[in-house]
Design a binder for this molecule. Structure first.
Ligand code: AMP
Length: 226
């Protein structure tokens, strides 16, 4: 099964992607996480991507598109994938659709997690990333996923690991820019969402409200997935 998941930064799409990944054991491909891994590892790709990411801009298509299309060709993707964070604009959407068509790969589901922009922004600044697992949700403002305290430090509620913030999550202008791109229906991510929603055919669209708890959103998605 192949799935695209869309949602503004802060909507919980990474968390939901990880839950789906765990249940079905698909490959969970997160474009942002691939970039962060490369930045952490000091690779050439990481060096090229960093300045764009820090500003909240998209990394240029000539870097991002081949990175993702190559990733989808790897062996672990043969059994199904969930792609999160890509496509992020209309060009990426059209290129992906054509690549899938050329390779004879079906897109089974498009999941769209909706969330008002003000709420998405509030969620971003309080989230904390676990250094052991990118998909351990921690947020300083939500009781259900609050980090825990250990030896005077706040640590991951799931594994006790160290917590970090993303620089682009603490920068107001970078958050606004990411949301400008997401909610842009002409050429931005909403244009990509609408492009895939209008494809029809065998692709099923699942639209869920991202405001309730992680479990409620997850249940709403799971009951639509076969
Ligand atoms: P995310 O983890 O999805 O919030 O992505 C973090 C950052 O990585 C974004 O703000 C972009 O700078 C970059 N990025 C992630 N996915 C893409 C993409 N599909 N196209 C261009 N840049 C991307």
């Amino acid at each position: 099964m192949n799935i695209l998941v869309f949602g503004p930064n802060g909507s919980g799409k990474g968390t939901q992607g990880a839950i789906i990944q765990k249940k079905y054991n698909f490959s969970h491909i997160e474009s942002g996480a691939i970039f962060r891994l490369n930045i952490g590892g000091g690779t050439e790709l990481g060096k090229q991507a960093k300045e764009y990411i820090d500003r909240g801009d998209l990394v240029p298509d000539d870097i991002t598109i081949p990175m993702i299309l190559d990733r989808l060709k790897e062996d672990d993707c043969k059994g199904g994938w969930i792609l999160d964070g890509f496509p992020r604009n209309k060009v990426q959407a059209e290129t992906l659709a054509k690549a899938l068509q050329d390779e004879g790969i079906n897109l089974d589901y498009v999941i769209e997690i909706t969330l008002k922009r003000e709420i998405a922004k509030l969620r971003i600044t309080g989230r904390r990333l676990c250094v052991n697992d990118n998909n351990h949700p921690n947020h300083i403002a939500f009781e259900a996923i609050k980090p825990v305290e250990k030896d005077g430090q706040i640590v991951c509620r799931v594994c006790g690991g160290e917590l970090k913030t993303r620089p682009d999550d603490q920068d107001d202008a970078a958050i606004d820019k990411r949301h400008d791109i997401y909610y842009d229906e002409d050429t931005g991510t909403m244009a990509a969402v609408n492009f895939f929603k209008s494809l029809g055919g065998a692709t099923k669209v699942i639209t869920v409200d991202g405001e309730p708890s992680i479990d409620t959103v997850s249940e709403a998605i799971m009951k639509e997935l076969i």
